[in-house]
Design a protein around this ligand. Structure first.
Ligand SMILES: NC(=O)c1ccc[n+]([C@@H]2O[C@H](COP(=O)([O-])OP(=O)(O)OC[C@H]3O[C@@H](n4cnc5c(N)ncnc54)[C@H](OP(=O)(O)O)[C@@H]3O)[C@@H](O)[C@H]2O)c1
Length: 388
């Protein structure tokens, strides 16, 4: 069997490392053509020696030049900077691009992948949220396919196979509820970065951990589901399921609900996307049924977690509204991680940005990039004021 040639963008992050773990266990099936990250020279050098890619890109130019000197006697082409990252989507003999970059920085390389008609295994939900209108057009034009890696969307992708499109009543996204699921509203003001990073069921990178604590991550996933599965927003529901065993569900018109379950392990949805349409033998996330905790379900609390409510509104509005949501959230999360603003202030920054900036319907790429820039500027000013 021919090996599948893979490009991993964000290879030094939580998803990137899990993807390389899967690939390392199936070296007879995959070949790593290229790796990319921002600036982690040590780890990407280690990954080079293990997987021998033909190309590496580091977006941070200083880091790239350090890597060049370390690997000068090796047969690898090293790219530097954001423009060169985009080139990795079109290198010859690449079958699948796995985008695990964090934030809207992953947008242009996602679009380039689709432009070349290649499979896009997508962890970088922000690029779909921001560039949604363009994703659909490009997929239609080139026949490219988006294979979701987010566990919820992977679950829905699998569950949907149980019926016909017109038989779907709703998509039900599960949410762990994050570390503050049971915290009283009057205690939100004192939430620290360390508490917010301590997710109860998943170990992830810092940005998505904060997003999971505010439920902005669930909000991004609601928007992602609406775009990915072309589903009207009133057919998308969120249910809090603290054990994170059911990763999401599809309800059909006869009230049957099909769910996908596993112990939380991102290597399972990553494998599903990498091997699709095949399933292969593996124990990632295997359930021991007699040891499972009771599975419980709750309504999400839109009052304590208003970013989720805003995300539903934004998904319904469409156009550049999701780009505004995403950009203001990225700015606010970064400010919170640098301890410039409070946890609760993230919500107000997102809300005010969406209310302040004009929304463009049916935008092109320039209009999306402009919306992203305006939102970052506005949210940046708000964080500066709050930090004083
Ligand atoms: N972690 C999870 O379980 C999980 C689950 C579902 C979806 N996701 C999504 O997957 C994506 C990655 O999440 P993560 O948790 O793996 O994040 P992470 O651990 O913070 O890793 C981010 C990766 O992106 C690279 N990167 C950062 N800025 C970049 C830039 N401007 N250009 C190119 N590369 C850049 C980082 O490189 P350096 O190491 O050099 O900084 C690193 O390799 C996010 O969109 C997240 O929402 C994650």
């Amino acid at each position: 069997m021919d090996k599948k040639n893979i490009v991993i963008l964000g290879s030094t992050g939580s998803i990137g490392k899990s993807a390389l773990d899967v690939i390392g266990k199936h070296s007879e099936r995959f070949r790593v053509r290229a790796l990319a990250a921002n600036s982690n020279v040590d780890l990407i050098e280690e990954q080079y020696h293990r997987f021998l890619p033909d190309y590496i890109c580091l977006v941070d130019k200083k880091a790239a030049s350090e890597l060049k000197s370390r690997l000068s006697s090796n047969n690898v082409t090293i790219f530097a900077g954001e423009e060169e990252l985009i080139k990795l989507a079109s290198i010859e003999n690449a079958d699948l691009i796995l985008n695990a970059v964090v934030g809207a920085a992953g947008l242009r390389v996602s679009l380039e992948t689709l432009k070349f008609g290649r499979e896009l295994a997508l962890a970088n939900k922000e690029s779909l949220v921001v560039g949604g209108p363009l994703f659909a057009r490009l997929c239609e034009k080139t026949g490219a396919q988006v294979l979701p890696i987010d566990s919820e969307h992977s679950a829905i992708w699998q569950a949907k196979l149980a019926g016909r499109e017109e038989e779907i009543r709703s998509l039900i996204l599960t949410s762990s509820g994050g570390p503050f699921r049971t915290l009283e509203a009057d205690k939100f003001d004192a939430i620290t970065v360390e508490q917010a990073l301590d997710h109860p069921t998943w170990k992830m990178g810092p940005k998505i951990s904060i997003d999971s604590a505010t439920l902005a991550n669930k909000g991004l996933e609601v928007i992602e589901a609406a775009i990915l599965f072309s589903m009207p927003i009133d057919k998308i529901k969120v249910v809090v399921h603290p054990q994170s065993i059911i990763h999401s569900m599809v309800e059909f018109v006869d009230s049957s609900v099909i769910a996908q379950l596993s112990v939380p392990d991102m290597r399972l949805p990553i494998s599903y996307a990498l091997f699709y349409p095949e399933r292969v033998e593996s124990d990632f996330g295997k359930i021991d049924w007699t040891k499972l905790p009771p599975l419980t379900f709750e309504e999400p609390d839109f009052d304590r977690f208003p970013a989720l409510k805003t995300a539903f509104e934004v998904a319904g509005t469409g156009g550049t509204a999701p780009a505004l949501f995403n950009a203001s959230n990225e700015v606010a999360v970064e400010a919170f991680l640098s301890k410039k603003i409070k946890f609760v202030e993230i919500f107000g920054i997102i809300r005010s940005t969406i209310e302040e900036i004009d929304i463009v319907n049916d935008p092109d790429l320039d209009q999306i990039i402009d919306a992203d820039r305006q939102a970052r500027e506005f949210a940046g000013k708000m964080t500066e004021k709050l930090a004083c």
